[in-house]
Write a protein that binds this ligand. Sequence first.
Ligand SMILES: Cc1ncc(COP(=O)(O)O)c(C=O)c1O
Length: 454
Amino acid sequence: MKDSNFLQENNARHMWHPMGHAGAMRDHPPRIISSADGSTITDAQGHKVVDGVGGLWCVNVGYSCEPIKKAIADQLQSLPYYSAFAGTTNEPAIELSYELREMFAPDGMARAFFTSGGSDAVETALRLCRQYHKIKGNPGRTKFLSLKKGYHGTHFGGASVNGNNRFRINYEPLLPGCFHLPSPYAYRNPFDETDPDRLADLCVAAAVDEIEFQGADTIAAFIMEPIQGAGGVIVPPASFMPKMRDVCDRYGILMIADEVITGYGRTGDWSGSRHFGVKPDLMTMAKGITSGYFPFGACMVSEAFAEVFENGDAATASIFHGYTYSAHPVGSAAALACIRESQRMKINENAALRGDDLFAGLKKLAEKHEIVGDVRGGEGLMSALELVTDQKAKTAASPEILATAFNATYEAGAMVRVGGNNLLMSPPLIITQTQIDTMLSALEVGLTAAAQSL
Ligand SMILES: Cc1ncc(COP(=O)(O)O)c(C=O)c1O
């Protein structure tokens, strides 16, 4: 590795970063994260903080999981790569497909299609849904429904069902036939409804209205995150997802649960769908499947969905979709080890307990700091503070204020993530109570600094 002067000098000069302005990144280079351990990260200056972001909602088992590191190293020795396109496969991928079926049987999932990450998994789900209806003799069912504020990655399909306009407008025109429904976001919504259950019913009614307007037999699928993550940790009331499941059933629309964040323990259950007692038709997964140790994802489908493909004719039902790295042997080995460790450590149970601690602490901060307009979370380890400069008018705090809060929080001992006017939190699921306390005391400093900058 080159010396630290070289790294500082060349930081963000020859590399464009995802989700940032290339010029601004060059002028204000990003922090260089050099090492990590458990639930903490250390930057190139030696500053060590609690990672309240879990990498990017993904390092569920923390940074020191030796069994995953060993599984990757061993697999690299025996078979670093081979294609899984029809005709060849590899051992860890076979074993992983078996394990996933066992793990997600309670959600009704029966088959896995492997990908390199979440956007690929979403793209796979959308494409397979259209094909499913064609095999069944309903080629007119091509449209997609999704929720505003939802995040489904950045491929053209995923961006088209994405419900946050910053990920959309500079890339338009997107896929035709995608329609967005109101999100059960009690702090801001077009119904001016603050009661979560009443709001959920209004959103369900709006979904029905849109389906009737479009014509149910033109709609392939509805995709939703059980808890909206990147859009600001929008937690729906328990009734919402089951009611949307009923609506999908009533109109013959497939339900895709985008579990890229909510899967693998983050909600306190092994899937967000299970958390809300729903069996979707498809699930998209990534992040926690390998805890970020290797880029990997999956689209899982139900038995009934699978049978349509498996019994369909070759011309319509063959899957002409897939990636060079689908079912990658190293990724599969990493996922197998990660799933075993996640289950062995019962990280879902810790997520539920520490999630309650975090949410309770955030609510106390919100009482004290007027800059906090809304606090969300309470269903496992995903939380958000929405910052405003006027509580009554709910005026969103500016990016500069968010940057002040972020920097001061970091200096005081915790990494959090800025998303719009939210501070987002999704730490490793192995985090301790003491580390949650560190996050809360660092946020106290961050919120004070933000208020002082007004
Ligand atoms: C719910 C959801 N779906 C899809 C994606 C896209 O995943 P990836 O960034 O691995 O392509 C993300 C990423 O954050 C996500 O949160």
